[in-house]
Ligand binder design. Structure first.
Ligand SMILES: Cc1cc2nc3c(=O)[nH]c(=O)nc-3n(C[C@H](O)[C@H](O)[C@H](O)COP(=O)(O)O)c2cc1C
Length: 184
């Protein structure tokens, strides 16, 4: 059993990562393996839009997207996490989302039985971001299996003081782990 978290914040020690770490720690505590992939540490270029993926065995771009997509595809549970930038996901996350088009054009589903969204904003734009990411993830695993955690925080380190968001993230980790362990 494994949960893979894809994180779109450019700040590895920022507020989004803080909540993701809380969720993953709880899942680990219940015996589920986890892996976090900080997109900012890798190169995931934007989709080039030729729409010719179906006739290619591999994406034509030589970057980190193929191995990240493979981990995402094979995970039992997936968490997609991003801060809100101008009322939507970050550029790092949008590039990752668009590169999933390769899976779509190959009719390749993902295996996850549970999904989580973690969305962090200073104040506004979480609903739009939730809608966009939920539609992306629901396309593969269905809306019923997706829970969203929203946390408000602005400056680096602020999330440590947001007790309710921390508890929601921990609950997400526990609930996802329980779902996966019951399905095993
Ligand atoms: C370029 C940029 C755009 C942002 N746009 C929004 C926004 O539209 N709404 C909002 O509430 N916060 C916005 N923020 C604030 C971030 O969402 C907030 O600081 C968040 O805690 C950053 O998460 P991180 O620490 O994981 O990087 C923006 C921040 C930046 C740098």
């Amino acid at each position: 059993m494994k949960i893979v978290a894809i994180v779109g914040s450019p700040r590895p020690r920022g507020n989004t990562n803080y909540l993701v770490d809380q969720a993953l720690a709880e899942a680990e505590r219940l015996g589920v393996e986890t892996e976090k992939i900080d997109l900012c540490r890798y190169t995931v270029n934007p989709c080039q839009g030729h729409d010719n993926c179906a006739s290619q065995e591999q994406c034509l771009q030589q970057d980190d997207a193929p191995w990240i997509l493979e981990k995402f595809r094979l995970a039992d549970g997936v968490i997609v996490a991003t801060p809100v930038y101008y009322y939507n996901m970050t550029a790092q996350m949008k590039a990752f989302v668009d590169r999933n088009y390769f899976l779509y054009r190959h009719d390749t589903g993902i295996e996850a039985k549970a999904g989580g969204l973690i969305i962090v904003a200073g104040s506004d734009g979480t609903a739009q971001t939730d809608r966009a990411l939920r539609r992306f993830l629901a396309f593969y695993i269905g809306n019923k299996r997706i829970t969203t955690v929203i946390g408000l925080a602005s400056r680096l380190g602020d999330m440590k003081n947001n007790a309710s968001a921390i508890e929601e993230a921990r609950k997400l980790g526990r609930d996802m782990a329980t779902t996966l362990l019951q399905a095993a």
